[in-house]
Ligand binder design. Structure first.
Ligand code: SAM
Length: 284
């Protein structure tokens, strides 16, 4: 007997529940599968849920589900797409999947930027922060981005083309290495900040599939990139320029200390919508 769309959606939600964080997340992924694998608008589940699937459609969804549930491959990598700041980005396993909490960094960057200003995104990955800023600010801001990973920058260029923004992606290089002499009004960064010792607590989707260079700082110093940004960003900032960095829960006091010692002022911690310290802002 063939399966209806409504039954498929219910079965998907049930099978996705053990590999997602909540029933709501399982429902979001079930919607994404309908849209991405069957090109069916998820609203149809409610408006025309008795529609029957062909054997081929059922087979396609089953194959997809095996990859997702057994191999724990994130749905974004399987579909090669992730949404960030309302924009659809191409992603593959060479780049971190953008996280919704990082949208706050874009908000704070846009609050600071005035027409004619420039911004540098360090560790741009698939270009998410830089492209979202450029998309919103348009020609009013010059946006430049860098990353150490050549493969990540390839993805960023695909996104740049798809989303028709004007970000200047530098050749691959460590932090500011390929940035040149230019100084910026704003430097933003969401650097790798997961403590290697917490590896065993990470979901298989993250640990097995996301790039290690995007997750973990090198060595044992979880503040490695904040320490370097505190020391090195200043020479790339214009007078009265600002440094905005994303951080993990509990990290902001040490980051504030690093920025204070490096001579920044007006250092502020910004909380995310869950009430967690998420961004540290510091003026040169
Ligand atoms: C946490 S991911 C952030 C990606 C993206 N900006 C976002 O917010 O979703 C960190 C990024 O920093 C890059 N990265 C790691 N080490 C770096 C280094 N030494 N210099 C520049 N970028 C680096 C990684 O390749 C990765 O793209």
């Amino acid at each position: 007997m063939s399966q209806t769309l409504h039954n498929l959606h219910k079965a998907l939600r049930e099978q996705l529940l053990p590999v997602t964080v909540s029933p709501a997340q399982a429902a979001v992924e079930a919607d994404l599968i309908l849209e991405g694998v069957l090109q069916v608008n998820p609203a149809v589940v409610y408006t025309d849920g008795d529609q029957e699937l062909s054997a081929h459609q059922s087979h396609l969804v089953q194959q997809f589900l095996e990859q997702r549930v057994q191999k724990r491959i994130p749905v974004q990598y399987l579909l090669h797409q992730a949404y960030f700041y309302g924009l659809k980005f191409y992603v593959n396993p060479y780049v971190l999947i953008p996280r919704p909490e990082t949208e706050l960094l874009v908000e704070k960057a846009l609050d600071f930027l005035k027409p004619g200003m420039s911004v540098l995104d360090v560790g741009t990955g698939p270009g998410t922060i830089a492209i979202a800023i450029s998309h919103k600010a348009g020609e009013e801001a010059r946006v430049v981005a860098s990353d150490v990973s050549a493969m990540a920058l390839k993805v960023a260029r695909i996104n740049q083309k798809n989303l028709k923004t004007a970000v200047e992606f530098k050749p691959p290089g460590d932090l500011f290495m390929t940035v040149g002499e230019e100084r910026f009004n704003l430097i933003v960064s969401n650097p790798p900040y997961i403590d290697e010792s917490l590896k065993s607590t990470l979901a298989p989707e993250v640990l097995w599939h996301e790039p290690q260079t995007a997750l973990f700082p090198p060595g044992e110093d979880v503040y490695y990139f904040y320490r370097r940004l505190a020391q090195e960003a200043k020479q790339y900032l214009k007078p009265a320029g600002r440094l905005l960095v994303e951080c993990g829960a509990g990290m902001s006091p040490s980051i504030c200390q690093l920025f204070t010692v490096a001579g920044y002022h007006n250092i502020q911690v910004i909380r995310d919508y869950a009430g967690l310290d998420r961004i540290v802002s510091a003026d040169a």
